[in-house]
Design a protein around this ligand. Structure first.
Ligand code: M6R
Length: 605
């Protein structure tokens, strides 16, 4: 859960690396460090805190070397201090690391016996010193010897002071991309770090060693044979990864939802019907499975809850939704009749990846709904449906969720049609409704001023409740997560029907309750629940559909979204919930794109 970049080329490495790190900072921002090879000597500068601290310190240096590496850290072993920042190593060997070396204590005792001393509390420094111990002038031999010893997860970029301009890289269970440019080459955690210089990339696979100079990237296998890699081209540009005038990435990404939903669904609609053949899924792919298991974490899991509701309602196929961190240790029951669907924006979430591997090991067919091309989950799943959200930089996931549920809608229509639960005409009319969603989200975004007013009120509270039923309950879970992660207000989602079984005891005078009421058949029940909390003094913010029979006096604040079939309200409702979280966090002066203690990509369990 750190960001790494290695560079060898013709530019000042320091500038290129700092720019790359600024794009990788979402992966961790406890501390940052850089190493430049200045005429055969390593110059290392590391600072705790945000990248800006490192940038300020670098103003006192004049680094002209054209090769080097940089790291932005999300602390695991050892606190966020200057010493614990990467790179780590010795005068001869230095490295940067994303992951965890699990047997570092055992290696540490061995190194202590050999006379090594350590400056940090990190597992990474141990690996670096072990590499130094192995190094007798042949980097490849040393790396191989180290790999035999270390256990755990890693993406490592290594430099040897007597090999100026050369970088070496390996990985296991962590992302590592090589990006070839013109007279310059990169090693990065993800392509956003190199995209300003090249749109080409390939993945360094497990078991391979990449050797990078300014002229070439050579990849060898375990036996030293050269591997010809297929270079891919990515169509993201630098602008897409920038804020484009918005105050935060989060609000920019909320605004991008109409276009990314459009892009994601239009690629899977042919003749007005869902069609996943361009993803390599044959017609009728879903119909052979008796049940579906959706596994994911955080917001992606909440997308799964929407998927369950849709698939069960329309196609009558049983669906379970599990948190990946629970699923993988619960000895899940599954067989070849199941389809395992994993959902992940980053494609690198450690628990989701482990759950995927578990399913594969048990012979279960797997399908990944993933945003980042070339990510570990995308590569390991049997089948992949890419969401086309583009890079999501804000730690709080918004547009990735919307495209995940868009794909799940199409899957639900497709299964329902294949199983004869709906006629083609109905499927076509569902697809048509889905195609009108981007416009509906655009209209919802226009509600910003009204939401901002509500946020002004919410900002002074330390507890907020979200209530809903059916699809609205699944949305409440997501709305609550969004609020707590960026505003640091404690929030809880409660199924409205469950309030009486405990949670209602927490409702006191003035307590904000955000109530979702977008499902016609549940409106009467929801209104009763709203009255129950109002009677206990709650301040109710009601999100309802236009034309719904809710009178103004039922709530203290009312947000009305466009009228659509109940099935399609989640897109607009979730946009309102995202805006509530955003404006509340903004009113509280929180660091919206980089909330405390969180990282964008959770590559440790
Ligand atoms: O990259 P993934 O979709 O696998 O990430 C899963 C969660 O870590 C992620 O959705 C997280 O909950 C977000 N910060 C929520 O906004």
């Amino acid at each position: 859960m750190c960001g790494i970049i290695g560079y060898s080329g013709h530019r000042r490495a320091c500038d290129v690396i700092i720019e790359g790190l600024s794009r990788l900072e979402y992966r961790g921002y406890d501390s940052a460090g850089i190493l430049v090879n200045e005429n055969g000597k390593f110059v290392t500068v590391k600072r705790e805190g945000r990248l800006d601290n490192l940038k300020k310190t670098l103003e006192n240096y004049s680094l002209n070397g054209t090769s080097g590496m940089g790291h932005t850290r999300w602390a695991t072993h050892g606190g966020p201090t200057d010493y614990n920042a990467h790179p780590h190593g010795t005068d001869r060997v230095m490295l940067i690391h994303n992951g965890i070396i699990e047997n570092y204590l055992e290696i540490k005792s061995l190194l202590v016996e050999k006379g090594y001393t350590f400056k940090s509390q990190t597992d990474t420094e141990i690996a670096a010193c072990y590499l130094d111990l192995c190094y007798k002038g042949d980097p490849i031999a040393a790396i191989r010897e180290m790999l035999v010893k270390i256990e755990g997860a890693y993406a490592l970029v290594m430099m040897f002071s007597d090999r100026p301009g050369e970088l070496y890289a390996v990985r296991k269970d962590g992302p590592l991309i090589a990006a070839p440019g013109e007279g310059e080459n990169f090693l990065v955690s993800d392509i956003t770090a190199s995209i300003a210089y090249t749109n080409k990339y390939f993945v360094v696979e497990e078991g391979e060693i990449a050797i990078v100079t300014s002229d070439a990237i050579k990849v060898i296998d375990h036996d030293g044979n050269t591997i010809e890699k297929t270079v891919s081209v990515v169509n993201w540009n630098t602008d897409q990864a920038q804020k484009e005038g918005y105050d935060h990435f989060m609000i920019k990404e909320i605004h991008e939802q109409p276009s990314v939903i459009r892009r994601t669904i239009s690629a899977r609609i042919k003749n007005g019907l869902p069609d996943f053949t361009s993803d390599g899924l044959p017609h009728g792919f879903f119909s052979k499975f008796k049940s579906i298991k959706i596994v994911a974490c955080g917001t992606a899991m909440h997308a799964g809850l929407i998927g369950k509701n849709l698939i069960e309602k329309l196609a009558r196929v049983p669906v379970t939704v599990d948190l990946a961190s629970e699923f993988r240790y619960n000895d899940p029951i599954m067989d070849e009749n199941d389809l395992m669907v994993v959902i992940s924006q980053s494609g690198e979430t450690a628990d989701t990846l482990a759950a995927l591997r578990l399913a594969k090991a048990r012979g279960v067919t797997t399908l990944a709904i993933v945003n980042v091309a070339g990510s570990s989950i995308a590569r390991e799943a049997d089948n992949v449906i890419y969401t086309y959200a583009g890079p999501e930089i804000s730690v709080a996931s918004t547009k990735a969720y919307s495209v995940q549920i868009s794909v799940l809608y199409l899957i639900a229509f497709s299964i329902a049609l294949d199983r004869g639960k709906i006629y083609e005409n109905k499927a076509k009319s569902f697809v048509e409704s889905l195609c009108s969603i981007p416009e509906m989200v655009e209209n919802t975004i226009k509600l910003m001023p009204a939401v901002e007013k509500i946020a002004e009120h919410l900002k002074d509270h330390e507890n907020v409740f979200y209530i809903g039923r059916g699809l609205d309950y699944a949305l409440s879970c997501e709305g609550s997560l969004k609020l707590k992660e960026i505003s640091y207000i404690h929030s809880e989602a409660c199924s409205a029907g469950e309030l009486k079984h405990g949670t209602i005891s927490l409702i006191v005078e003035g307590m904000p309750v955000i109530a979702l009421c977008t499902q016609n058949e549940l409106t009467a029940k929801m209104l009763s629940n709203i009255k129950e909390v109002k009677a206990r003094g709650a301040h109710v913010v009601l999100i309802a559909k236009h034309g719904e029979s809710v009178s103004e006096d039922v709530a203290d604040d009312l947000i009305i979204i466009d009228a659509v079939d109940d099935l399609f309200t989640p897109f607009a409702a979730t946009t309102v919930l995202q805006l509530i979280a955003y404006y509340t966090a903004k009113a509280r002066g929180c660091d919206i794109d980089k909330p405390r203690n969180l990282a964008k990509s959770v590559t440790v369990e």
